[in-house]
Ligand binder design. Sequence first.
Ligand code: NA7
Length: 531
Amino acid sequence: MIGAGAAGLYALHRVRGLGLLAKVFEKGDGVGGTWYWNRYPGARCDVESWDYCYTFSEELEQEWEWTERFPAQPELERYFNYVADRFDLRRDIEFNTRINQARYDDEQNRWLISTSSGETVSTRFLISAAGCLSEVNTPHFEGVDTFAGQQIHTARWPKGGLDVTGMRVGVIGTGSTGTQVIPQLAKQADQLFVFQRTAQFAIPARNRPLDDDTLEELKHNYHERWELKRSSSTGMGRRPTEASSALEVDEATRNRAFEDSWARGGPGFARAFSDVMTNPESNQIASEFVREKIREKVDDPDVADTLVGIDHPLGARRLIVEIDYFETYNRPNVTLVDAAADPITEITPQGLRTTEGSYDLDLIVYATGFDGMTGALLAMDIQGVGGLALRDKWADGAGAYLGLVASGFPNLFMITGPGSPAVYSNVIFSIEQHVEWIADCLAHMLENGLDRIDSDPEAEAEWTRGVHDIAHASIIGKTDSWWTGSNIEGKPKGVTFYLGGTNIYREICDEIASNGYEGFVFQPAGKPESV
Ligand code: NA7
């Protein structure tokens, strides 16, 4: 298995349960994946703690006590460490080890894996739990190597922290990460310059500590919440609301609903009405509401204009959940630079230059995101049948049947791979669904003497077409962002995750399995196992 984040930990647990020998290779020196790497100040999950956790063990849910509505990185890292110990997972994880190459050997029907420690490992099955947001994107600027100060990507923040007291700091990027790190750095830095290329919608988190009553209710409602997660289209354990169209109600009613949703905070803002994500007129009304709220928070009207100069519909990019972000621009030590109107041209020994200005800096922080969905897989040299490189197979766009197995890459299961709901869902719940489906599939193979699974190219092509068709019909498919791969130069553009809903996706996966794994091709065990 590749990676000891949320997916790798659970996959190890389940695969062990089948009586198979398993080993996880993890490039970091600890567990937690995203929550191991992203330790920048302010790093916090934007899914509520009671949703962003495993459900496979009721004992685990009953034992673990979340402290906040939106858990911060240290708490999440503690959680994954707790899980690793609770299920005795560490003994089968090789830390500080990156998989450089995985090559399928047709003759032996085995994957031959080369690791950064020089080891070569042969395995029948390979499970990628490499993550959808783990390959860092650091854009290349002219002169980057000449900078005399320090440069750091947010996902590579040092474990011991970084004291920026008295520093002149530049932050590039105002996505979810930039929005979290900026208010924290502003408190310490002497001067903070924020380079914003695309203004974005952000909703207040209204984070809060969880009191005893809430915790007790959460534990008490474990089964109900699990059912709700399964039946919801995003894997969240919320009770469905009877929202109407934003156009069906009068203005006062509409405003009240938006105000209520705004007061509740969190990523569910758009659910105030049923059609914010589908009807451009409703979306426009919601967007204006948010713009106005942002304007109210910012003292300088010019700065406010730059922050609300948003060029896409609300929800077309991942909706940001913020804490004190917009208020940060009222601080005297914070300057917002409109990097769309005045783009960054180069890094200099002293700092950073834009078309119209130059900024002397001690530290440049890249909150510039990730090569999402496929980046981590393609960072490895993965070769399938006949030496076909995964990079070549996906040169014009990534896809895998159900997002689980890419044809020509037998016995390689991809947890939250391209073609599955992955990042457009409560990802940890999607991870559980994938791991359970894979474990059932492996059990089926073991019981039936099958030792090779591949996907049928036609079934894969049809599935991938369906994924694209749904994306084309949605506002997400029409707006550039990491969701469409357009943040990475040379990457084929397009949404690679399934937007049809996690509940429907689960039904399809289960139906395919119960129909004898339609669209997959198995081969009976033939040759004796090589050691
Ligand atoms: P994002 O959402 O991809 O944001 C990256 C930010 O970096 C975004 O504001 C980008 O501007 C900016 N960026 C990237 N390259 C450049 C260059 N060359 N110049 C200026 N600005 C640049 O990554 P995050 O880490 O914030 O969030 C990723 C996900 O993690 C998030 O959606 C959650 O799911 C958790 P752009 O918008 O491209 O103009």
